[in-house]
Design a protein around this ligand. Structure first.
Ligand code: KG4
Ligand code: ZN
Length: 331
């Protein structure tokens, strides 16, 4: 069976086809980063318009890349939430309309489930149960994944998401949107421990996070020390080390609580090299294993929606004829 998946929750338009026997057949992605860069963040109205411009041509390109026709497709899946309402509406409208025209079912997909299942597209994929750390621009969550579709959020950010903290701190350092990856590159040149950022909620008994204080700490440090390139690199390094350290502390606690030895890390921030290597070291010490998507599937893409769409399609999820999205949709 083949599912066509459409992603349009934020600033990436993605279309892919997943075959439950052959795996991923194609992956088309268009990023709007350049469009939003001059505004310092995603402008929702511009995002919606650009999804409209790109969605149908990416569907055509995906069919061509996979050497498929509409008759080969069994269902059309799309991100129904969480995300920007206008952007979601575009993907939902395109998917629902195509499904209607092709006389196929349409399947709504939760974007965060898409991120969480993205490692299933890799050769080295986790078995259930596992612990998942979802770190994106909009969410930071620790999830107990007991079985396919059985998710329990056991920790989350009480304010900014990890990716959001990266982007806001990057902005303070004068790095263009989305600053996360560039801040991380700058941190590579930084001197360890020249500055030490706080570890918010490090001692709290629960598995929740707080990242907004780091941004304030960064602002104060920048005001005092931002005189040369090395200062900026040292501040970036201290910030990244603090975020990675907090994520490690909480994940270690969660592994202890659940008894799991398999860890999935997904979402945009899972592309972070320091996070990956530190988590790998930690899991080696704990005699466990860490799984993540390939770097290009850490950030938003259609492949993860096609995969999660296949899972939900087989479970019987269907959307009615109305165009409906869920901008706030808990996992
Ligand atoms: O998952 P994603 O593409 O979109 C959401 O669902 O939010 O995540 C985007 C976030 C942005 O905040 C971006 O700065 C961050 O992921 N990000 C990174 C890295 N690559 C992407 N943050 C830190 N280091 C990276 N290498
Ligand atoms: Zn995402």
């Amino acid at each position: 069976m083949k599912v066509l998946g459409i992603e349009s929750s934020c600033d990436e338009t993605g279309v892919a086809i997943y075959d439950d026997e052959k795996g991923l057949l194609c992956n088309q992605l268009y990023s709007q980063i350049k469009l939003h860069a001059e505004y310092g963040g995603v402008v929702p109205e511009l995002a919606s318009r650009d999804h409209i411009r790109m969605a149908v041509r990416l569907v055509k390109a995906a069919l061509k890349e996979a050497d498929c026709t509409k008759d080969d497709i069994d269902a059309v899946a799309y991100t129904a939430g969480p995300g920007l309402i206008g952007a979601l509406m575009v993907g939902a409208t395109v998917a629902r309309t195509i499904a209607y025209a092709w006389n196929k079912p349409a399947v709504p997909v939760n974007h965060m489930e898409g991120h969480m299942l993205a490692p299933m597209l890799e050769e080295n994929k986790p078995e259930f149960p596992f612990l998942a750390l979802l770190v994106s621009g909009g969410h930071t969550m620790i999830i107990d994944v007991a079985a396919p579709g059985q998710y329990r959020i056991i920790g989350q950010s009480v304010d900014d998401a990890a990716g959001e903290a990266f982007d806001k701190t990057a902005k303070l350092l004068g790095i263009a949107y989305p600053g996360g990856p560039l801040l991380s590159a700058l941190a590579q040149k930084g001197v360890k421990d020249r500055f030490v950022f706080p570890r918010p909620m490090y001692n709290s008994p629960n598995l929740d996070f707080s990242f907004s204080g780091l941004k304030t700490f960064a602002a104060n440090t920048i005001a005092e020390h931002n005189t040369c390139e090395q200062d900026r690199a040292d501040i970036a390094r201290a910030f990244e080390d603090a975020v990675v350290d907090i994520l490690k502390i909480k994940v270690k606690k969660a592994l202890k609580q659940t008894g799991y030895r398999r860890l999935v890390i997904a979402g945009g921030v899972s592309a972070n090299r320091t996070l990956r290597s530190e988590m790998e070291k930690m899991m080696q010490n704990l005699k466990g294993e860490v799984f993540y998507p390939r770097i290009s599937f850490c950030t938003d893409n259609g492949a993860m929606i096609a995969y999660a769409g296949m899972f939900r399609f087989k479970q019987g999820a269907r959307s009615g004829l109305e165009i409906k999205v869920t901008p706030r949709w808990p996992l």
